[in-house]
Design a protein around this ligand. Structure first.
Ligand code: PPS
Length: 309
């Protein structure tokens, strides 16, 4: 299924036709969750692959052999991607699943389930930058145009997978309707990986010994994952992902947005963010703490660190 130039629209949201079709969406909406399922939920570029690695490692008590031998898309398939049913037919043990779908599309399937849901969020300025770079290398996504054009589409929610704002608010405001729900951010994982692993291990009721935590931490580090062909997509053919135009494991940083947002774009995004998130109590970290203090001495600080935790 190449369909590199095809866009599928489902419930008003655009998706890449290379990965999805109408049947695959219906499969996801009708999915029969089991109580032992673990579902990783993210808006794209928010730490999906990182959490897939973390859950794989924690579930295997720090043993990296599964993570090193099976591609992430095979051990943690996206529910709404067309190949999911085939993968689940042959998989054994508790199922690890992934989705980028918004809450309202999976609400009914999850309603009576005790599946464990892990929602990973990332600050939207870093998400849009990561997503922009990914569009340049992923030939199944539309040409992003200039950053300014892409930023406008991201704010309007017309990019593939829809609005970041609706996604994050939809899932987090309905956390109370989900039996087992863990909310965690990319920034928390970045700033306190060990603490985040402990959180995930408690949530999964999968206690780890000290050496198992150490192995997990080492194997889900950016430097280890960047070299792993099971997660860096380097084996995907050039016509699908053009590695001459970038890397999937690109920078793995907090606050990279300052390198691409202009002062005006940042200011306007902040205003837009405030209006869209007025009904949400979520707080994001926007910069690394040391960069926040560096920026404090710059004139444009007020704009850049307005949301810093
Ligand atoms: S996707 O396409 O939705 O599955 O992408 P996703 O995995 O959600 O996000 C990719 C970004 O996550 C970064 N990443 C990591 N950062 C820090 N540590 C680890 N271990 C890690 N693994 C993945 C990856 O580099 C992408 O972010 P950017 O900012 O583009 O580097």
């Amino acid at each position: 299924m190449a369909r590199l130039d095809v866009t599928e629209t489902f419930h008003g949201i655009s998706f890449p036709g290379h990965l999805h079709n109408q049947d695959s969406f219906r499969y996801a909406l009708d999915f029969k969750f089991q109580d032992t399922d673990i579902l990783i939920v993210t808006y794209p570029k928010s730490g999906t692959t990182w959490m897939q690695e973390i859950v794989t490692l924690v579930s295997n008590r720090g043993d990296a052999s599964k993570a090193q031998n099976q591609p992430n898309w095979a051990r943690a398939p996206w529910l709404e991607q067309y190949y999911c049913p085939e993968i689940l037919k042959t998989s054994q043990g508790p199922r690890l699943l992934t989705t980028h779908l918004p809450y309202q599309l999976l609400a009914s399937a999850l309603r009576s389930s005790k599946a464990k849901v892990i929602y990973v969020a990332r600050n939207p300025k870093d998400v849009v930058v990561s997503y922009y770079h990914f569009h340049k290398m992923a030939n199944f996504l539309p040409n992003p145009g200039t950053f300014s054009e892409f930023l406008s589409a991201f704010k309007e929610g017309t990019v593939h997978y829809g609005s970041w704002f609706d996604h994050v608010k939809g899932w987090t405001s309905n956390a109370g309707n989900i039996h087992n729900f863990l909310y965690i951010t990319y920034e928390e994982m970045w700033q306190n990986l060990r603490g985040s692993l402990e959180k995930v291990s408690r949530f999964l009721q999968c206690p780890l010994l000290e050496e198992e935590f150490i192995s997990t931490e080492k194997n889900c580090s950016f430097s280890t994952m960047r070299e792993s062909s099971m997660v860096n997509y380097k084996n995907i053919p050039q016509e699908i992902m053009d590695h001459s135009k970038g890397s999937f494991m690109r920078k793995g940083q907090i606050g990279d947005w300052v390198n691409i947002f202009s002062k005006q774009q940042s200011c306007s995004f902040d205003k837009f963010y405030e209006s869209k998130m007025a009904d949400s109590s979520l707080k994001f970290v926007w910069l690394k703490p040391e960069e926040s203090s560096l920026l404090n001495s710059r004139q444009d600080t007020e704009i850049l660190v307005r949301h810093a935790a």
